[in-house]
Design a protein around this ligand. Structure first.
Ligand code: DGL
Length: 262
């Protein structure tokens, strides 16, 4: 079983890609909805929450951990947690962007915590020092994604407000540096146009985990009758459940539970 976490719904965009790449794995997803948003908090607080979440998932006997949150990934610098492999989103997402940019001008939309950490600048520099990164914090996008305002003139306007300065820099690739943003993909496509490549974290991290599991086949368990996809949240909300199921569709959640991390 693989443990995955995010502050809320955003990581479900990663979970969906993981399930598509790894149909024989079981997943437990933790959405720390009681403490959302992470992206507006300090690095120390984000790191403390990350450690608590990893610890909680480890107790559920997972074999690998995925930090499906850019804000948390940006503050986590170890490939393992208490002996378990940890997969984060920054490196695979950067590698994907570096592969696809043609003019080496890459944009980043992310939370304030992710932009402030400079993680994407460092990661892209390591991959290709010729790449210029133009970053823009987009704090209003997470509540819009959580609300499910995917097809709304207000969302288009806010996306325009954040993306415009990056488009003015002639970027040809835009990193969606928050796992909530793919939920607003329609508005992002509308604003950025077909000439800008939008980069999501989901498939990039799923490919990395898949390669790891291929080298460690003992970790791939066949389906059994026990639930395949479990979603845990730290706060209860009918809206979350309904919207989460829509984001994951056609994949369905087998079990939902409210949990206390303490
Ligand atoms: N989905 C998270 C990320 O990728 C953060 C959203 C938030 O809690 O601010 O950064």
């Amino acid at each position: 079983m693989i443990g995955v976490f995010d502050s809320g719904l955003g990581g479900l965009t990663v979970l969906k890609a993981l399930v598509e790449h790894l149909p024989n794995q079981k997943f437990v997803y933790l959405g720390d909805t009681a403490r959302l948003p992470y992206g507006a908090k300090s690095g120390e607080t984000i790191l403390k929450y990350t450690e608590q979440n990893l610890h909680f998932l480890k107790k559920l006997n997972v074999q690998a951990l995925v930090i499906a949150c850019n804000s948390a990934s940006a503050h986590w610098h170890s490939p393992e947690f208490e002996g378990l492999p940890v997969f984060t989103v920054i490196h695979p997402t950067s590698a994907q962007a570096a592969k696809l940019t043609r003019n080496k001008r890459v944009g980043l939309l992310a939370t304030r915590a992710t932009v402030g950490s400079n993680s994407y600048v460092k990661s892209l520099q390591e991959i290709d020092p010729a790449i210029e990164l133009y970053a823009q914090a987009a704090p209003l996008l997470v509540p819009f994604a959580e609300e499910g305002l995917v097809n709304d003139p207000l969302t288009n306007l806010i996306v325009y407000r954040y993306a415009q300065p990056l488009l003015a820099e002639n970027i040809d690739t835009l990193i969606l540096g928050c796992t909530h943003y793919p939920i607003l993909k329609e508005a992002l496509y509308k604003v950025c146009g077909a000439q800008v490549e939008l980069i999501e974290s989901g498939h990039a991290v799923a490919a990395e985990l898949t390669a790891y599991l291929e080298k460690n086949p003992q970790m791939t368990v066949a389906h059994s009758k026990t639930p395949r996809i479990t979603v845990l949240t730290t706060d209860s909300s009918e809206h979350f459940k309904k919207w989460a199921q829509e984001i994951l569709s056609p994949i369905s959640v087998d079990q939902w539970n409210l949990v206390d991390l303490a």
